[in-house]
Design a protein around this ligand. Sequence first.
Ligand SMILES: Cc1cc2nc3c(=O)[nH]c(=O)nc-3n(C[C@H](O)[C@H](O)[C@H](O)COP(=O)(O)OP(=O)(O)OC[C@H]3O[C@@H](n4cnc5c(N)ncnc54)[C@H](O)[C@@H]3O)c2cc1C
Length: 446
Amino acid sequence: MSTFKNMSLTLEKQNVPVVAKSDVVVVGGGAAGVTAAVSAARNGCSVTLIERYHHLGGMASGGMVLVLDDMTNGSEITVTGIVDEFVETMKMENGAVYPPSEDRIQSQEMWRKWSRWGCHDFHSKLEPMPITYAVAFDPDAWKRVSLKLVKEAKVNLRLHSWFSDTIVEDGKVKGIIVQTKTGREAILGDSFIDASGDLDLAIAAGAEHSIGQYIVTTVFRLSNVDTDTVEKFQYECPDEYRKIDRQARRIIGGAWDLWWLKTPIPGIVWCNCPHMTGYDGISVEDNTAAEFDGRARMWALYEFVKANMPGFEKCHMLGAAEQVGVRQTRQLVGEYVVTKKDVTSRRHFEDTVCRGRDYYTPYRALLPKGVDNLIVAGRHYSAESEAQKISREIPPCMVQGQAAGVAAALALNQNTAFRDVAAKDIQKQMRAQNADPGDKPSENAS
Ligand SMILES: Cc1cc2nc3c(=O)[nH]c(=O)nc-3n(C[C@H](O)[C@H](O)[C@H](O)COP(=O)(O)OP(=O)(O)OC[C@H]3O[C@@H](n4cnc5c(N)ncnc54)[C@H](O)[C@@H]3O)c2cc1C
């Protein structure tokens, strides 16, 4: 093994065909990237969106992260925009479930009705936790809606294209290189949005970054679960349930209290576990090891609940998510770095263009230093590791994407660098397009 450890090869330069050229090029078709691409296209830009896998949605679909949360501060819904189009379209197709406003209260009855959908305020110290606006959804519905919105907006979508390199001249990105089955391809553009989640494009373009890490999870689903029976057992025999549940969580070795949640398809539950520590989400070796580790643990849990937990007797292993659940890898060190204190103290910024639950993201946190025509959106935004862990949910990542798309259109129209686009212009445009940019702080903001 050690004989090749410090070896490297110099490869010959290649002739790479240019396969697309557009005003805006978006790397990564997750929740943030799709929203960014659709937003830029709706604001008049020609857009190319590249994605390494065969589906859109990233963690939200391929990673089977199946609840949209962080959308309300308790008294008001704080996240709006393209995310609402996803929710309502999926709901029409029976692919999304959320509590009606009259159920969003704190009561034992509502807890029983909604907690197994993941629609509770898990930041609350109250017992039971209040029911809140959160949305349980089906991963395939998410993929369908993503394709629909991208098609309607006339985005040039190129799947199966793995970003591998960038062409930078005089502090500007001129193009990107993607690896495909048929070889390397070049895509040229005027401005670029990095929504890869791992900052692949920004780092290749020379942007400063920090290294972070958090638990990784091979999310999986079980089918044919009699959820009524499990819930009846949970509430009518709480001590017995707790005993079995505790053993189940010990077997999986890392899970939240509510490790199984309902999905819009009856009998199918998603299991947001096992949580595994010490894996680097961008390392080939670690991601491979996580696959072995995660699948062994999920099978052990499956066998245990099938044998011991009422309601799971006839369940089947439906399988793990297509993508290992990676929460954090590399964070931009941009024009502003959001701190944990900013998030927990609900600090409002003059240039806020996005908000989650009750936290605000300034435009500067999407901007790399030193690269003019590049912006980022999504979980790799400019934040301390500890800040990102509590502010990286799907809905705010989507609002970042919507803001980045609007900013790209403004930068193009004004023939200016991203950092010279006025945040108030982005805020105004987002409001006109039904997205809350967080420009008006809530009462509890500091
Ligand atoms: C297990 C788990 C549980 C979570 N629980 C919740 C929850 O309950 N609710 C919630 O709202 N959020 C939750 N989160 C957080 C949330 O899922 C993510 O922060 C969010 O989905 C990130 O979206 P994104 O678009 O920024 O990144 P991603 O979803 O990671 O999307 C990045 C996209 O870029 C593509 N890509 C990456 N590199 C390349 C490349 N080199 N070339 C081409 N394409 C590339 C990827 O394939 C992917 O499609 C959870 C996360 C995990 C992992």
